[in-house]
Write a protein that binds this ligand. Structure first.
Ligand code: NI
Length: 172
């Protein structure tokens, strides 16, 4: 089992703005590897450090469907361009298990980030990858995908998660 446990909404740690990483230490490298492991184990396509209780601007993702893994580690990712055209995808989140909702976001984005090898990089994302990176960057800013929903729907999901957390605690 993965060393990291994923925080379930609602939790104040998911609402914080994460701070930039200034130094890619061995701890950060280990954390990225552990986050990838936790993400694959939970069958997720993306995970942001705040979801494992680390308030740093670090994201891992892999939206390749089947077959070859295409994992990406993004440090201090920043959207530098987004398309005017939007696209809707059914989004889910490892911090909000078993909930899926259609969310509309820009179809494509250009993202600047630092790679785990400490190089400055820029990448163009489209479709599901674009949705995923925008969703993960939102996590770094304390924002969840359910924040795009209306207040009624959002609070009903939150109540469901509170119930789920009680059940999970009982099992421990
Ligand atoms: Ni998420």
């Amino acid at each position: 089992m993965s060393k990291l446990s994923i925080i379930i909404h609602p939790d104040p740690r998911l609402k914080k703005v994460a701070s930039p990483i200034t130094n890619i230490t061995d701890r950060i490298k280990q954390l990225s590897a552990d986050m990838l492991e936790a993400m694959y184990e939970a069958s997720g396509v993306g995970l942001a450090a705040p979801q494992v209780g680390i308030t740093k601007r670090l994201v891992v993702m892999d939206c390749s469907n089947e077959g070859e893994k295409k994992e990406l580690i993004l440090i201090n990712p920043e959207i530098v361009w987004s398309s005017e055209e939007n696209a809707s995808f059914e989004e889910g989140c490892l911090s909000i298990p078993d909930v899926r909702e259609e969310i509309s976001r820009p179809l494509s984005v250009q993202v600047q980030f630092i790679g785990i090898d400490n190089t400055r990089r820029e990448e163009f994302f489209n479709g599901l990858w674009a949705t995923c990176i925008q969703h993960e960057i939102d996590h770094l800013n304390g924002k969840l995908f359910i924040d795009y929903l209306g207040p009624m729907k959002r609070s009903s999901i939150t109540r469901k998660m509170i119930k789920l957390k009680k059940q999970l605690n009982r099992k421990k």
